[in-house]
Design a binder for this molecule. Sequence first.
Ligand code: GLC
Ligand code: CA
Length: 566
Amino acid sequence: MDKKWWMESVGYQIYVKSFKDGNDDGIGDLLGIHDKLSYLSDLGVNLLWIGPFYDSPMDDNGYDVRDFFKVNPTYGTLDDVKRIIHDAHQLGIRVIFDFVLNHTSDEHPWFVASRSSEDDPKRHYYIWQKGRMTKDGLIEPTNWASFFGGSCWTRNPGTDDYYMHIFSKKMPDLNWANPLVRKEMAKVGAWWLDLGVDGFRIDAVSHLDRAPFEDIETTSRGPVLDWHRFSNLPAVHPYLKEMNERLFKPYGCLTIGEVGGEASIEEGLKYAAFDAEELSMVFNFDHNWCNNLHESDDPDALITDVHCLRRTFMAWQKAFASNGWLPLNWLNHDQPRLLSHYGSEAYPKRSAKMLATMLHMMRGTPFIYQGEEIGMKNYPFTKADEFRDIASIQQLKTLERDMPDVNQEDLVRIVAKTSRDHPRTPMQWSDEPNAGFSGQTPWINVHPDYQSVNVRQEQLDHRSILAHYKQLISLRLSSRYQDVIKDGEIRFLDLDDPDLMTYLRIGDSITLLVINNMHDIEKTYDLSPYDTLRVVITNHDTPIIKDHVLTLKPFESMVFEVKEHL
Ligand code: GLC
Ligand code: CA
């Protein structure tokens, strides 16, 4: 295996709007990120993924790009971007940016031109189709729904046809079948790489190809969401091979593709096996669905399905063991907060540390999402006007239409279960007003627990969640265990256990035994097959071991260096 710098990295994801407000207007920005570089360096991470900060009308917080080469003035200037890259590099921290390939804003000059006339040179930069005349009048080209609700087609009165958008109607999809689009997007990437950025997280990369435009069979009248019609389809691969040849390979940059739409492991390998010549790694989402979140009405009644998590991690780790590399992340800016999802509000510290250990001890490149390292939780949304996320607002509108008999409080509760606003509440820096995020009222509410859950407080406590993350990072990057943690073989154990996630990491001379109790019960674990040499990291003061049996408290996690008897 060719060692790459990003295999020796621990990443940290920054959602710009919510990280730190540097100029006190209530909105996170680039200055704020710059101010916090020393915090990140002290945490020990050496790779930052910074979300989109490009010029944008902000329909989807900047994933709707109006100008790929300009910085959104609310976030700062190009000089601020350069300063972040430069000063991060000085600290030994690499930086990657979001690169949005699938769509632009409808205010991007390409789209403004494209929609203006059927003869415009930019016409085929986007996906246009005629509507269908039925006895009820003109209808959309297909009955496909977009991810954010409603049809994925919007009519353009000027040309009397429809453009496609798998996200919001202000985010028209680029037509990747057009070689000119591919060339332009490679230019965008080169421009930022020339500026010194080390690579990209590639947004929504699995959606660049479309199935034939045929209706989805259904009995319902409205549009139907079937993401298979625009996810992981064959032409994505030649497009990415071309981008790799033209852009990624010449610059030797890191590329991590977001592969939604249920990318299978085989598909994952097509994108990111070492010999795929497409991407360096892919973020998949399979581990995000391993509890009863979607079935349960009570956020306190979530139960982690350990079998599901084990099956998922095991399958991806195994498939990529010799032929690829994986990012390791629990969540991002679209997912519930980790502690509220798989952790326990009754045991916040212990469960957050256990979850961190479970992930960070695997093979791959860990990514921490801002606030995860201090145990931030889901926000208790109770009112419709607390939501900011376009997908949540759309979902609420759809529910109001489809469930007219249900009161709004209950509808808000449904949206709150999975709202993308949970991970977007301001980062909690201190117990000062607005959690030290800003001197002004922030654009989205601060979580009410900020007086006890915040960076400053945890920095003073050597047993905090933050301290545990620091310890995990230094174990991976600078301890005698670094080789085995980065690249040792991983062997999952106790495959039938409903509560424990256990695995071995086997290196040339060191073996680690990782034991995580994922449930709110006490468990015992038989250590007799091992000589336990020492405790590497734990979330509990002293292990309780008697006659080679370890007693684990709820959510306890232990990593031992061991010698195997077998
Ligand atoms: C990705 C982003 C998400 C965004 C979407 C459209 O899924 O993570 O936040 O809304 O792409 O760009
Ligand atoms: Ca600001």
